[in-house]
Design a protein around this ligand. Structure first.
Ligand code: MF3
Ligand code: CO
Length: 236
């Protein structure tokens, strides 16, 4: 898993330099796919339940699962890049949200808060805690910053399958759900909205957007729980 996750981290890092006003999201997908294939891995999302691309590119009010297209990024946008890789029997999955050029203050605050919520959640993913300790840490921080967390989509176990048990919600009271045990591998992925938490699914069957059309950010890491800590596998 460390190897597949490392490839994910490398693609995300490599794609960063292409993020600028004028690039089409399909070009980002082409870069990512060729990078993944060159590393001897397989794009995990392509063909998954019919998803047509290697990367999910979700711009502005798009929460997750945006489909790469000829549409071009413009200054002031935010874009979430979500990448999954299959390599030698194991999956890795991670996402980041990046600014395009100069973004406004609240958008900046949303990106920072979502990434920090992810890290606060990861800190709780240690032996002895319960799964919802992760969820509660994410929700508490995101809401303390004036934002809301998406309810309808959740993080997940990951390993030999892209999506395994348990589900990892980004909301809830602490002290509930399964105990966190040594050897668990989890994809933790807060989706945080500038406005309300409600989302809707577009007619393409994939793209999830905020109901109020306000901005949404998404950060994700795959982690492994070990004896006295956890390891963020999708971090370079
Ligand atoms: N990170 C997302 C997830 O774990 C991406 C899945 S996109 C899909 O659910 F195309 F594979 F569905
Ligand atoms: Co995921």
């Amino acid at each position: 898993m460390a190897e597949s996750c490392r490839i994910v981290a490398e693609v995300l890092d490599g794609i960063k330099k292409y993020i600028s006003s004028g690039i089409a999201t399909i070009e980002l997908d082409e870069f990512a796919e060729s990078f993944i294939v060159k590393r001897g891995a397989k794009p995990a999302f392509k063909g998954y339940n019919g998803y047509p691309a290697s990367v999910c590119t979700s711009v502005n009010e798009q929460v997750v699962h945006g489909i790469p297209s000829k549409a071009r990024l413009k200054d002031g946008d935010i874009i979430s890049l979500d990448i999954g890789v299959y390599y030698r029997g194991f999956y890795g999955d991670a996402a980041i949200t990046l600014p395009v050029g100069k973004i406004n203050g609240n958008a900046e605050k949303l990106l920072l808060a979502t990434e920090k919520a992810l890290y606060l959640g990861i800190e709780k993913a240690v032996i002895g805690n319960r799964l919802s300790d992760v969820s509660a840490a994410i929700q508490d921080y995101a809401e303390s910053e004036g934002f809301s967390v998406v309810r309808e989509l959740v993080g997940h176990g990951i390993g030999r399958q892209l999506h395994e048990e348990p589900q990892v919600p980004n909301f809830g009271k602490p002290g509930q759900g399964p105990e966190i045990k040594e050897g668990m591998t989890l994809a933790i992925e807060p989706m945080v909205n500038a406005g309300g938490w409600e989302v809707i699914l577009l007619n393409d069957g994939w793209t999830t957007i905020t109901k109020d059309r306000r901005l949404s950010a998404h950060f994700e890491h795959t982690i492994a729980v070990t004896k006295d800590k956890n390891i963020i596998l999708t971090k370079l």
